[in-house]
Design a protein around this ligand. Structure first.
Ligand code: PLP
Length: 683
């Protein structure tokens, strides 16, 4: 009995099928553990028909109540999903986990017996495999000896390993008293060899079920020592995350103190964390997701591509998906864009655009055109080139000595606006600065870079209609290339495929990333006109080649995902179906303006920003260090919504595929939490 204080173990016992002898295995293991002095608890969370729980309770002599050992019982011997549906009883996973934790605390070793095999549905959308993962315990697989065992055992073990569960080992039952055949004799060794999973032993056929008989016949049959050996430390992704990961745009000192949220699964507009909680993905996993997570058509396209080739370089070779995708992109892009240069992030798409624009003028002999104009509040990425054309001081100031000098002009966005002026009048007045710079310096300007219609990262700053068009006209007039960075606005975000299309603007260079693969894989594209492309066609010896190319440029898997993404747009008429949802978002946002600490609400299509302020009049921002935006988003997580703020702007940017009721739910919760947190701050 002395060892009991030293150990706390929990095992989930699952079968390769129904009727393989799980309960017998659980009983035998329980008795052998008891014989070694351990206090053993048992649980059968879900039982359909039969009396397994009572049987285990009786033979193990456990004094926990039957309700604890078996919290969910249905009479009919069916899958739990069906049995409980038919008797209209709801299974609550949280309750199972709570009871398991209680029993685990009470006993040295807790044996939890599953229902059937790992893919047996417990309730809609929830399998035994999910319960195993949510309980986060080691798993013992029970199989029966005989023909078909290898197949069933491998299927089970592969599923468990694939989902990251820790398989302690596999044990077998001999279900007859006769002589063993070749299959039965060789099953354990074959399975060990094929899976690498430990074999825990074989329980012989028992004529009589009693403690005495089990101890007598099975004492040497199961390797109890191996079962109790501690394997890897209990999984804690939260701890490992803190230990190993450096998160982007994150003050890691704060992160170390907080409870990280780790995502392990997703479906539609929802993300699921390692604790089994689901959240609305309100920012489309950083503005990338379009048709929802695990979209069958995109999943399949990637899987099919894997069966052909996963990567092959574009340096000196082509590959089929990148060719098909380039053709598609040219067909949907604003008029005049003819060539596609691939890379892998928004920043690299911009970096490439800047280098192309710069080199273009060098190549054609107008080397004095070497400056890039960008707007105040702009954001184009985090590589040094893209940071150079960033207009948000916070992201730029520390790298001042590393970045190149660009010309910053006033943003047409302004808030609060001057009294007596409409937003549009104000914006056009602000554009004068840009006009003046172009008029004065155009001979030295290579390109102008813009985020068309929405300066997103600065807090969803929406430009009034007409501004983009005017910017494009001025670029034409002064022969400066226009780079449209549609990394954030592309692929339907603003209600049209590209923001440029709202104002019929055709840039010289277009940057795409984020939604290009529907939120699946890192892929970016920089599109150019024929004129620019031709500016790079020279004899080899002139060394006017575009000397740029990332290793994974044009990756076939990512291109296949992007092609599937575009096909879904067409097949499901995504853009055609969007306006009612955009209207719903507009309607929902209206009430936010009435909140005491909401200073402004901005929206373009499916991009929205809610600006939190200390006071509206005078318009006073919350101090940066108060982290008001972050606090609201932190609280939102407790209510099942994931949003990421931009400073004190709460950004709503759900997948385009979000359902209207989900959108409404997200809006309701966000409203309540903003009200609650900002009110509390006041008090
Ligand atoms: N350009 C714009 C307009 C963006 O909004 C972003 C990212 O938010 C980028 C470029 C950078 O993209 P990435 O983070 O993929 O490098």
């Amino acid at each position: 009995m002395g060892q009991s204080a030293k150990i706390k173990k929990i095992f989930f016992i699952t079968g390769t099928d129904t009727g393989v002898g799980k309960t017998m295995f659980t009983l035998t293991l329980g008795i052998l553990l008891q014989e070694k002095g351990f206090d053993v608890g048992v649980m059968k969370p879900v039982q359909c028909g039969g009396s397994d729980s009572a049987f285990l309770k009786k033979h193990l002599g456990v004094d926990d109540s039957l309700e604890k050992i078996n919290p969910y019982f249905a009479l009919e011997p069916l899958s739990p999903y069906l049995a409980f549906k038919r008797c209209r009883k709801e299974i609550r996973v949280e309750k199972i986990i709570d009871v398991a934790n209680e029993l685990r605390a009470r006993h040295d070793v807790l044996l939890i017996e599953g229902a059937g095999g790992v893919l047996v549905p417990i309730k809609k959308g929830y399998l035994v495999a999910d319960l195993i993962r949510d309980l986060d315990c080691e798993v013992i697989v029970v199989s029966r000896l005989g023909l078909g065992t290898i197949n069933h055992s491998l299927l089970t073990i592969n599923q468990l390993k694939g989902q990251g569960s820790r398989v302690k080992g596999i044990g077998f039952n001999c279900l007859h008293s006769g002589k063993m055949g070749i299959a039965e004799e060789t099953n354990p060794a074959a399975i060990k060899e094929l899976t690498g999973v430990a074999v825990l032993g074989t329980i012989p056929f028992l004529k009589e079920i009693s403690r005495r008989e089990i101890v007598k016949k099975c004492a040497g049959a199961l390797d109890v020592k191996k079962i109790l050996e501690s394997g890897a430390a209990p999984l804690s992704y939260e701890e490992w995350d803190k230990k190993y990961i450096w998160h982007p745009f994150t003050q890691m000192q704060d992160w170390q103190k907080e409870e990280p949220l780790i995502i392990e699964e997703a479906r539609g507009s929802y993300l699921k964390d390692t604790k089994g909680r689901w959240y609305i993905d309100g920012v489309s996993s950083l503005w990338v997701n379009v048709h929802g997570h695990r979209k069958r058509a995109i999943d399949d396209a990637i899987k099919n591509q894997i069966d052909k080739v996963s990567h092959s370089t574009l340096l000196g070779l082509g590959n089929t998906p990148s060719v098909e995708l380039a053709k598609e992109l040219v067909s949907i892009a604003p008029k005049g864009l003819q060539k596609v240069f691939y890379s892998d992030s928004g920043s690299t798409a911009v970096e490439i655009a800047l280098k192309i624009a710069y080199q273009y003028w060098q190549n054609i002999g107008r080397a004095q055109k070497r400056n890039i104009v960008h707007f105040e509040h702009s954001y184009h990425g985090d590589t040094l080139g893209s940071v150079s054309v960033g207009g948000i001081d916070l992201f730029q100031k520390v790298y001042r000595d590393l970045i190149f000098k660009a010309i910053k002009v006033d943003s047409p966005y302004g808030f609060p606006i001057l009294k007596g002026m409409s937003r549009a009048e104000y914006a056009f007045a602000r554009l004068k600065n840009f006009e003046n710079v172009l008029a004065k310096k155009n001979k030295t300007i290579a390109a102008v870079i813009v985020e068309p219609l929405v300066q997103a990262a600065a807090g969803i700053l929406v430009w009034p209609m007409g501004i983009l068009k005017r910017v494009a006209e001025l670029c034409r007039q002064y022969d400066c290339l226009l780079i449209a960075d549609e990394v954030a606005t592309g692929f339907g975000r603003t209600g049209k495929m590209f923001a440029c299309k709202h104002e019929k603007v055709s840039p010289d260079i277009l940057c795409l990333a984020k939604g290009l693969t529907g939120g699946y894989l890192p892929l970016a594209a920089t599109l150019t006109t024929q004129r620019i492309f031709d500016g790079f066609l020279f004899p080899y010896k002139d060394q006017k080649t575009f000397f740029h190319g990332h290793t994974y440029t044009g990756n076939p898997l990512a291109c296949a995902a992007a092609l599937a993404n575009l096909k879904v747009f067409e097949k499901e008429k995504t853009l055609y179906n969007l306006p009612p949802k955009i209207r719903l978002l507009t309607d929902e946002l209206r009430r936010f303006r009435r909140l005491a600490h909401v200073g402004d609400v901005r929206q373009k299509g499916f991009m929205a920003g809610i600006e939190l302020v200390r006071t509206k009049d005078p318009y006073e921002h919350y101090p940066w260090e108060e982290k008001m935006g972050a606090r609201v988003c932190q609280e939102l997580r407790k209510h099942g919504v994931i949003l990421r703020p931009l400073g004190n702007v709460i950004v709503l940017m759900p997948p385009l595929a979000i359902k209207q009721n989900e959108l409404k739910r997200m809006s309701d919760i966000t409203y309540r939490i903003i009200e609650k947190i900002t009110k509390r701050d006041k008090g």
